[in-house]
Ligand binder design. Structure first.
Ligand code: PLP
Length: 390
């Protein structure tokens, strides 16, 4: 009641890894030293492990959107046609960036809560044979929906176009076989599955994509992909790096290696399933329709007649828990909480228990414990399948 711990349950920023927070305090050193270079090149190497790719990786001092902009400014020219998959606020961001850089967008739009089907991408590519790229979110954090980027990679791989994937919340919460699936550009951000504060963006770039940088005519300077990709393995960055965040990232990536990249994903997927079952058990409907649910975040509708802002406010005022409202026109229609990165079952059980009480306090009839029980069942089932070696 009177003592409350502040908790971030949002799909970015996410809870911070304590070891990373401690490491960030040691930033009183120069970046052009052998010590720092070895940390930096180690981070690049560990990012290859985390992402599971041999493609070159660029690391930028910016939030995730910086790497989205880098992909567009380095790999395309004004007048290039691109297919943009739009099923939420982050898909809309692709449209804005593409427009700013003079690209000609063929927009494949689906209502919020749904996803763009790979077949629609296939059709668009055959109707518009000059398309140079396809821009998509692997996880659309604004709606809790995933795109089938494996199928899209297969389709785009047969063309000269490149597939550019915003996986800022997809990385670490869903399986992405970047090299096998032909995902030419895959973008991440530090404040999502990597458990450190906002301020770093990174992306992997295939040879097919990087070739385009040689002839693309859009302007870029700070976010030059080639410069970043070439310098990273030597422990350098073209400009002064965000040293504090790099030190934190080194610790986060150590944690990822300890847990294992696939188990980080499995953790998020299990929590996501538990969140969906819990929502159903307390009588709430998910926002998603006919789509693959995200591992990173779950979007839930409030009870009929209730504004989701009331739920978001109650989480903050009663428990100091920060969950997310809907963005844009979804505000008031949904609430979202995350389960990627430094999230565990304890966090989920507590979140669900809080939700049940909040619903009751807001006058919605709910049998306390039903949601928690549903989440517990997912946990116990996972334990049983692990112990039987499945
Ligand atoms: C968080 C996020 C971004 C990046 O937003 P920034 O505020 O620039 O870090 C982009 N796309 C998705 C899907 C995200 O979840």
């Amino acid at each position: 009641m009177y003592v409350r711990k502040s908790r971030l349950l949002t799909p970015g920023p996410t809870p911070l890894l304590p070891a990373a927070v401690h490491a960030m305090a040691a930033a009183d050193r120069h970046h052009r030293t052998s010590e720092f270079r070895s940390v930096y090149s180690g981070v690049i190497e560990d990012l290859h492990y985390f992402m599971g790719t041999r493609n070159g990786i660029g690391l930028f001092a910016s939030s995730g959107s910086g790497a989205m902009e880098a992909a567009v400014s380095n790999l395309f020219s004004p007048g290039d046609e691109v297919v943009v998959c739009v099923a939420g606020k982050f898909g809309e961001r692709w449209v804005q960036i593409a427009e700013r850089y003079g690209l000609d967008s063929v927009i494949l739009r689906r209502p919020y809560g749904e996803s763009v089907a790979p077949d629609d991408v296939r059709t668009a590519l055959s109707v518009h044979p000059d398309v140079q790229g396809v821009l998509v979110q692997s996880t659309e954090s604004s709606t809790g929906v995933s795109h089938d980027v494996e199928a899209m990679g297969e389709i785009v791989g047969h063309t000269d176009a490149i597939l550019v994937v915003d996986a800022i919340t997809g990385l670490g919460s869903s399986t992405l076989n970047i090299d096998d699936w032909g995902l030419d550009v895959v973008i991440g951000g530090s404040q999502k599955a990597l458990m450190i504060p906002p301020g770093l963006a990174y992306c992997s770039v295939s040879e097919k994509a990087l070739k385009r940088a040689e002839t693309a005519t859009n302007p870029n300077f700070y976010f030059n992909l080639r410069k970043h990709i070439d310098a990273g393995p030597r422990g350098d960055s073209p400009w002064t790096p965000a040293s504090s965040l790099i030190l934190g990232l080194a610790e986060s990536l150590r944690f990822v290696r300890q847990v294992g990249r696939d188990r980080m994903v499995r953790n998020a997927q299990l929590l996501a399933r538990a969140a969906r079952e819990a929502a159903g058990a307390v009588g709430l409907r998910l926002f998603i329709r006919n789509a693959i649910p995200a591992g990173a975040v779950t979007a839930i509708r409030p009870p009929e007649g209730m504004d989701s802002s009331e739920i978001v406010r109650a989480f903050r005022e009663r428990f100091e828990s920060i969950i997310a409202n809907g963005q844009g026109s979804m505000k008031g229609q949904i609430f979202r909480f995350a389960h990627l990165g430094y999230f565990d079952f304890h966090d989920l059980f507590a979140t669900v228990a809080e939700l049940e009480m909040i619903l009751q306090l807001l006058g919605h009839e709910v049998e306390l414990g039903r949601g928690v029980e549903a989440a517990q069942a997912v946990y116990l089932e996972a334990v049983a399948s692990e112990e039987s070696g499945a």
